[in-house]
Design a protein around this ligand. Structure first.
Ligand SMILES: [Zn+2]
Ligand SMILES: [Zn+2]
Length: 346
């Protein structure tokens, strides 16, 4: 595909889309856009997370649910292998085709450089890829697995703040809750993410994730363990709201497998080369801008537009850039004034 029909490339080769980001159309009364929005909402990413969820539930967890009633390290090991294998295949495919083989070159790539071209001391072994990979597989995925096993231990023992609901009787609420899963994710992620951007939490915890200014698939789960715990514990909301384990598992899988979305680095992933026309939208731009500018877009793409409401939304436009710079200047001035107050002139 010709990426210049969809965006522009600057002197450094960085590509940016022509269209600025839009929050979900129902917030702005753009009802004509709802059809397109709903299709993108379901297909392909959430449909993929739901398919993965059904495989986990019907093939792995449900047949063995009795085993989860007592704490089982065997199941921690089995689920770790499955989670790690799933991420290795999914993230690894994007990595191999788009970052190693570079089948698409830099078409639709926001940052013209590839992380492997920039060795840096901030990373283990000076390699962003190796650092991000090791942190994902030896810290984040084990944490994800522990939370998952804890959750099913609660379920197998009947622990819930209110009630576990069955699909027969409560299908309507469970369908609504399933559709709300991405919104719950956005609110949860915005809150924990904003929190770990405040000092000293940023320095201690979140700066590790931000070492990857030019993120790639392996950056998605490259986090400090405290961040990993907050990130994956999103599933635990389903111990507090009347829910069902399948919906909870969908919440967890869209968090874990969906973490790649913000870190793909390309606006579109082509399937049939430069001359072809088949491509998939990555939905990566909002979070790419977060990695570029740090203090914007703490949430997602505006399904629940908390960034817009709190003044930290960056839609990629020049106007948003100006607003962001004005905000940064005001913050600097406030800090200066505070320092001047603390050390009065003699
Ligand atoms: Zn990120
Ligand atoms: Zn951040």
């Amino acid at each position: 595909m010709d990426d210049l029909q969809y965006g522009t490339r600057d002197k450094r080769g960085n590509w940016a889309p022509n269209k600025s980001l839009q929050i979900a159309p129902f917030w702005q009364g753009r009802w004509g856009k709802m059809g397109h929005f709903l299709v993108e909402y379901l297909w392909p990413w959430n449909a993929f997370h739901m398919a993965v969820t059904l495989i986990y539930w019907f093939l792995i967890i449900q047949p063995n649910i009795a085993d989860f009633a007592t704490w089982s390290w065997k199941w921690v090991a089995i689920l770790y292998a499955i989670n790690a294998g799933g991420i290795f295949v999914m993230y690894g495919s994007v990595e191999v085709f788009y970052y190693v083989k570079r089948i698409q070159g830099t078409r639709f790539k926001y940052n013209a450089k590839f992380p492997s071209e920039n060795p840096s001391d901030v990373f283990w072994f000076k390699s962003q890829n190796l650092d991000n990979f090791l942190r994902s597989f030896f810290m984040s995925i084990p944490l994800w697995t522990l939370i998952q096993v804890f959750f099913f231990w609660c379920y197998a023992n009947g622990y819930h703040a209110f009630a576990w609901l069955g699909w027969d009787q409560h299908w309507l609420w469970l369908v609504v809750l399933t559709l709300l899963v991405p919104a719950i994710h956005e609110v949860h992620f915005f809150c924990i993410h904003w929190l770990i951007h405040q000092q000293p939490l940023y320095k201690w915890i979140h700066s590790i994730h931000h070492n990857s200014i030019n993120p790639s698939p392996w950056s998605s789960m490259s986090m400090h363990p405290v961040e990993g715990f907050f990130f994956f514990s999103e599933m635990l909301w389903h111990l507090l709201i009347p829910s069902n384990p399948i919906v909870a598992l969908f919440q967890l899988n869209s968090t874990a497998y969906g973490a790649i979305n913000g870190h793909i680095g390309f606006e579109k992933l082509e399937f049939d080369g430069e001359a072809g026309s088949k491509a998939m939208n990555s939905h990566a731009y909002a979070h790419y801008l977060h990695h570029k500018y740090f203090e914007v877009n703490y949430g997602g793409e505006g399904l629940v537009p908390l960034d817009k409401w709190f003044g930290t939304w960056h839609d990629g436009s020049k106007d948003a850039d100006e607003q962001m710079k004005a905000r940064f200047r005001a913050k600097k001035d406030r800090l200066k004034a505070k320092q001047a107050k603390a050390t009065p002139a003699e």
